[in-house]
Design a protein around this ligand. Structure first.
Ligand code: TYD
Length: 132
């Protein structure tokens, strides 16, 4: 279980900027799903889950938000505030997202389709799973 910031190569010219995402190149997995969270209301905190078996790469294409990442022992807080950076989350990591700016568009690439069976939505169950 790991989390890591990936810096994307910034392409562009005097017209502006461009980032290209390619599976198994700068996105380190097969991409089966992309979703994005936007229009998040002030004060909302979401996530509150871990995945049993999913790789995800989260990118704030606009605005910023904070992640709480918890491996069952250590909690870290990471701010995503640039479209040039992605947060890779692999394995059993409890995550919560908060402090969304009104303009935040949080795009997430995932290596599998949506499957509710892959979620752990109960924090005590998460702790028992990572610290058996
Ligand atoms: P939810 O898991 O509550 O979002 P978050 O963890 O970011 O707070 O998802 C909200 C709803 O959207 C829930 O009914 C499940 C559904 N959903 C999909 O159908 N497909 C998806 O890829 C995702 C991420 C969620």
């Amino acid at each position: 279980m790991t989390t890591k910031i990936i810096d994307f190569k910034l392409l562009g010219d005097d017209r502006g900027s461009l980032i290209a995402l390619e599976e198994n190149h700068n996105v380190p997995f097969d991409v089966k799903r992309v979703y994005y969270i936007f229009g998040t209301k002030e004060g909302v905190r979401r996530g509150y889950h871990a995945h049993k078996n999913l790789k995800q790469l989260a990118i704030c294409t606009s605005g910023s938000c904070q992640f709480l990442l918890d491996d069952g022992k250590i909690q870290t807080h990471v701010q995503l505030n640039s479209p040039t950076q992605g947060l890779l989350i692999e394995g059993l990591i409890w995550r919560e997202m908060y402090d969304f700016t009104p303009d935040c568009v949080l795009m997430v690439l995932a290596d599998n389709y949506y499957n509710e069976d892959d979620y752990i939505r109960d924090y005590d169950e998460f702790l028992k799973t990572v610290n058996p």
